[in-house]
Ligand binder design. Structure first.
Ligand code: UDX
Length: 447
């Protein structure tokens, strides 16, 4: 009999995982404690913007015409316990208020709520990003609270999906990492992931702590790569060099690689910044803080980018204060193809300029609703053209395709000054300069 799967927590990770599991042929029950979210998902609507997810969901949600019916949603842990052979825990672990450590309360609540309903053999699989040592602790907690006792096993299976590519990354992972303490975990997860395994995804089995560390170290490495190229951008600016050419040239060395070398206003989002900090906090608890002191520098190079962008903007509008200056901001999300504004460098820059008296107008293709909620005091426009109307300077802060396709001549007719700062090194300098704009980018010569 095919395995039945529950997915606990239906955010970016869980909603995608649930739909992907249904796509792979399993009966799936998604659970969330927020009833409005469940009602939306049950109607085949996705509570966030993620390319391809709504289509995938609508192919499987029970009750939708033409759907396979393999995917349902609930708010009941009792129902989940009775339904699933494998329970994926996909709740988030945000940064704690005022601390570097991550907040484990959602994970702990999920385990505590599920455990009393595990009355038959089951595998619980943690997918959330957690401090190393959590899985071992949660396994003990599970064993003590689950009525089926030793018949309930725990595995740790970190998730590496990128927002904007969540569906693709979940259905075709470039590796499947599994932390186990018994044999059933590996066996069942091989069954769950049979399709990607057949397509060649590597399956790497290890102990709990290593599997937890794989996730935090992968994110730390990615953050390090971005801050490295941003540090080079700082040096390029001082030496009148060009960081885009530099990145292209070093990226040809396969040991370095081309990806994640785009200099700009740095990384943000719900993962990289908080994972770095939580990793440092955990290493400190373990007495290994010296090993990760370099991550503090990675974090500070990253945060410096935002301040630097504000200073470049100040220079662009004459070097004095921002009072009376109109600043158009293109982009609000932390990256393109997402509506996520968590720790978004773009909104941070917009907010700083606003707080210093600038008249800031923001436009983003998908992030407006979330941005308005987070920064209600900024002005928002319905299009890029409306955002730049009357602007003394235009800031390009999230590299949406829509912005690369803008016509500089059309925009040039409505701005007060043809001045653009490219915070993502993603626009074509020649195109803008030919249309009479002063184009400046981070880490590149000004003319
Ligand atoms: C990241 C990891 O990539 C993913 O594997 C993990 O599961 C979750 O965290 P995500 O947060 O979706 O994924 O975004 P990612 O594509 O990694 O980008 C993170 C940030 O880095 C964005 O703000 C992006 O703009 C920035 N970035 C990325 C750069 O500034 N330069 C680059 O070259 C690449």
């Amino acid at each position: 009999m095919a395995l039945k799967i529950t997915v606990i927590g239906t955010g970016y990770l869980g909603a995608t995982h649930a739909a992907a599991m249904a796509e792979l042929g399993f009966e799936v029950l998604g659970l969330d404690v927020v009833p409005e979210k469940i009602e939306m998902l049950q109607r085949g609507e996705v509570p966030m913007y993620e390319p391809g997810l709504e289509e995938l969901l609508r192919r499987h949600v029970a009750g939708i015409e033409g759907a396979s019916g393999r995917l349902r949603f609930t708010t009941s842990y009792e129902e989940a316990g009775a339904f699933g052979d494998v329970h994926f825990v996909c709740v988030n672990t945000p940064q704690k208020h005022g601390e570097y450590a991550c907040d484990m309360s959602y994970v702990e609540s999920a385990f505590d709520a599920l455990a009393p309903h595990l009355t038959r053999p089951a595998l619980v699989v943690g997918k959330s990003t957690v401090p190393v040592g959590s899985a071992a602790r949660l396994a003990e907690r599970l064993a003590a609270a689950a009525p089926a006792g030793a018949d309930v096993e725990l595995a740790w299976n970190p998730e590496f999906l990128r927002e904007g590519f969540a569906v693709e990354d979940t259905l075709h992972p470039d590796r499947i990492v599994v932390g186990v303490a018994g044999e059933r975990g590996e066996e069942l997860l091989r069954e769950v992931y049979a399709t990607p395994l057949a397509e060649g995804s590597p399956f790497i089995v290890m102990d709990y702590p290593t599997s937890e560390l794989v996730k935090t170290s992968a994110n730390s490495f990615l953050a390090t790569k971005i801050s490295f190229i941003n540090a080079m951008a700082e040096v390029c600016e001082a030496a009148n060099g060009d960081v885009v050419k530099l990145a292209e040239a070093i990226g040809h060395d396969e040991r370095i690689g081309k990806k994640f070398l785009r200099a700009g206003i740095g990384f943000g989002g719900g993962c990289l910044p908080k994972d770095l900090r939580a990793f440092m906090a955990r290493a400190g608890e373990l007495g290994a803080d010296q090993a990760l002191t370099f991550l503090r520098e990675i974090d500070s190079i990253n945060m410096r980018r935002r301040g630097h962008m504000v200073e470049l903007t100040r220079d662009a509008v004459g070097g004095g204060g921002f009072l009376g200056k109109r600043v158009a901001v293109l982009g609000a999300t932390f990256k393109p193809d997402s509506d996520d504004v968590r720790d978004s460098p773009a909104l941070n820059v917009a907010g700083q300029i606003h707080l210093q008296g600038g008249q800031v107008t923001v436009y983003d293709p998908k992030g407006m609703e979330n941005a308005r909620r987070l920064f209600p005091t900024l002005a928002y426009a319905d299009s890029a053209l409306d955002a730049v109307r009357g602007a003394d300077v235009v800031l390009h802060l999230t590299e949406w395709r829509e912005f690369r396709e803008l016509d500089p001549a059309t925009l040039g007719e409505v701005v007060a000054e043809r001045r653009i700062l490219d915070g993502r090194n993603a626009l074509d300098p020649d195109l803008w300069r030919k249309a009479g704009w002063t184009y400046r980018a981070l880490g590149r010569p000004s003319a």
